[in-house]
Design a protein around this ligand. Sequence first.
Ligand code: COA
Length: 317
Amino acid sequence: MSVPKSEYLSSVWAPGIFANRVVFVTGGAGTICSAQTRAMVHLGADACIIGRNPEKTEKAAKDIAKVRSGARVIGIGNVDVRNFDNLKAAAERCVKELGAIDFVIAGAAGNFIAPISGLSPNAFKTVIDIDTIGTFNTVKATIPYLIESAARNPNPNPNGLTGGRIISVSATFHYSGMPLQAHVSAAKAAVDSLMASVSLEYGPYGVTANVIAPGAIEGTEGMERLASSAVDKKKMTKAVPSGRWGSRRDIADATVYLFSDAGNYVNGTTLVVDGAGWRRQGGNDIGIDEGMEYPDFLFTGQISKNLKDGRKQKSKL
Ligand code: COA
């Protein structure tokens, strides 16, 4: 299914700004990361997207390749970011087939709604493993190629082309703390901290490392998992100072900015793309229905039944 350009890229960017560059994306078949990849490919890049599900990943790669004639997009399935060897092999294949890795998006993530009392040690560890260890593994597997790319692409580059850049897709829950999100808040705080260390240790090699923190983004699997489908949408959007949920394009545009010549001196920071939502996130719309109020739902153990929940039956809790 072809996606209209207006859904993944605004019209301000010049064509070809990522020509002959390669972007490596974990979780690249997901709703947000596929929009980021589409935007990069539209503007000239080739791409390698990584995922656990081979059919979903390969199908997404084929679809993304359609945004630009001549684009090369590889989908590598059966890769779990928790497994470093898998990721390393995927990075090697990307370089072998596409010639380089100039940009990395560490986007693979796991989330579900659960109070601490409903999180087994393995549930907590699972999200830390996917988000935090997965981001670390992605950095480790790709940093040698990013250093090479940064050496080929001095910052600033007289020709306006860039390389040697990594972003991770984080969240804002940990800024205030969020009921039912202890696991993700801890994992994403660590991701932010890790990316700061990457900027400190690899900035001197010419690499930039930043974080994009999306707020509530419309039409994503993440929001299907976090926001009850039975909650009044108008009320939820009203809580965001900018008056709406974000779009995939908002995140893709932020990605293009950080990877482009316009983002040369942005390093070691977090770009929050959330319509100022986190400044009001003391509310408790995540994971609950109308009528469930903080802290009552914690005492009764209620959470919304109107969430996409992939929890398996074998759960010990
Ligand atoms: N509430 C509480 N615990 C849950 C849960 C839920 N809704 N869903 C899973 N868990 C627990 C499991 O019970 C298990 O713990 P246990 O062994 O002690 O019972 C643990 O988490 C691991 O679950 P499992 O299903 O084996 O892990 P997985 O590796 O197959 O899947 C998840 C990882 C759980 C993060 C799954 O939701 C996933 O694959 N998510 C990817 C997509 C995604 O989350 N996208 C949104 C990004 S914002």
